[in-house]
Design a protein around this ligand. Structure first.
Ligand SMILES: [Mg+2]
Length: 338
């Protein structure tokens, strides 16, 4: 909310106007674009790729044009949804159906893919404000890198770390094989990747600071990672948002990355005002931070350290806490003493 708007005086005598001018304001203008906000809090962004940064799915474009085709892909997708076959097994069949050299396959992606109209501006904002932006995807890393290089240019693309599966692709394109990141049914355990990155970031932070983890996504496959973020953005009208509503998971909806930029701007201002970057972020997800206590060297018995507090249980099993008023603000802004 714009503070000036909230503080508009109802009366117009000069005394009130003078008083109004003295009302403390935030140090930063909300309309500021791509200028450093000098926040002390370390913010780290993790973002899904397909359907989030780009409006389409890179795999689907390839399978439809050079692989199993749309009809077979829909049957295979159905097998994942019904639980008949695992995501990993079906994905291997889809990637294995491709018969096209890497560069030729890329041509159709370049023609079909549409980037979120505000992503590039958002990414520049991240660079300016020293916010690491990481892609976290169930897709194949060589494809994602080439797409980013092509749409953003290699220099800008090089700022983005990609956490995804590797791939073996023969030169003639007759064999495409994902090299899965984790030995799980999903092939890439996004929750584990975010948790690891969070731990790594915390180690690099100065004493007394805790990084704020942001996750941006669109689909149900983003949920495991979304659950361990402090702030979650879900594309409006898609499955991740639907799932968050059904399961009372706090999230912020977005139509484009401009909405996300505005919100992160506000979060940085709020955090700087409330914490000066010290201790826990103003928006803090205790569930996401359980790893810290569980892996702590503190001299408390492990079982005690791992027992969730009441607030953590609310995050773990929200349906069991129906008396709790679930709202966006109380879920993600309430700090909980661990
Ligand atoms: Mg997606």
């Amino acid at each position: 909310m714009d503070n000036r708007e909230a503080m508009t005086p109802a009366v117009t005598n000069s005394e009130v106007l003078v008083k109004d001018l003295s009302v403390p304001r935030t140090s930063f203008s909300l309309t500021q674009k791509n200028e450093s906000l000098h926040t002390k809090r370390k913010i780290i962004c993790f973002s899904d790729f397909d359907g989030t940064i780009f409006m389409q799915d890179t795999g689907h474009i390839l399978f439809d044009a050079h692989g199993c085709g749309t009809d077979r892909r829909h049957i295979l997708d159905q097998q994942i949804h019904s639980g008949e076959r695992s995501f990993r097994e079906v994905s291997e069949e889809m990637w294995g159906s491709l018969n096209v050299p890497f560069d030729d396959g890329f041509e159709v992606m370049e023609k079909t893919l549409e980037i979120d109209p505000d992503f590039q501006e958002f990414h520049k904002f991240c660079i300016t404000n020293n916010i690491p932006f990481n892609v976290i995807s169930a897709g194949l890393k060589p494809i994602l890198r080439k797409v980013l290089d092509s749409f953003l240019g290699e220099d800008e693309s090089s700022h983005i770390q990609i956490i995804a599966n590797e791939a073996e692709i023969t030169e003639d394109g007759s064999n495409w094989k994902p090299i899965w990141r984790h030995d799980t049914e999903l092939g890439h355990d996004k929750e584990l990747s975010v948790t690891e990155a969070r731990a790594e970031a915390a180690l690099k932070c100065e004493d007394g600071t805790i990084p704020l983890i942001v996750f941006i996504g669109d689909g149900v496959s983003d949920l495991p990672a979304a659950r361990v973020a402090d702030v979650l953005f879900a594309r409006r009208g898609l499955r991740l948002e639907e799932y968050c509503i059904e399961n009372k998971i706090a999230y912020i909806g977005y139509d484009t990355f401009a909405d996300i930029q505005k919100e992160i701007n506000n979060i940085m201002i709020e955090d700087e005002k409330k914490t000066r970057g010290l201790g826990k972020p103003a928006r803090f997800n205790p569930r996401a931070n359980m790893w810290r206590r569980m892996s702590s060297k503190a001299a408390v018995p492990k079982l005690v350290a791992a027992t969730p507090s009441k607030e953590e249980k609310m995050f773990l099993w929200p349906e069991a806490f129906s008396e709790m008023k679930i709202s966006h603000s109380n879920l993600i802004t309430e700090g909980v003493v661990a």
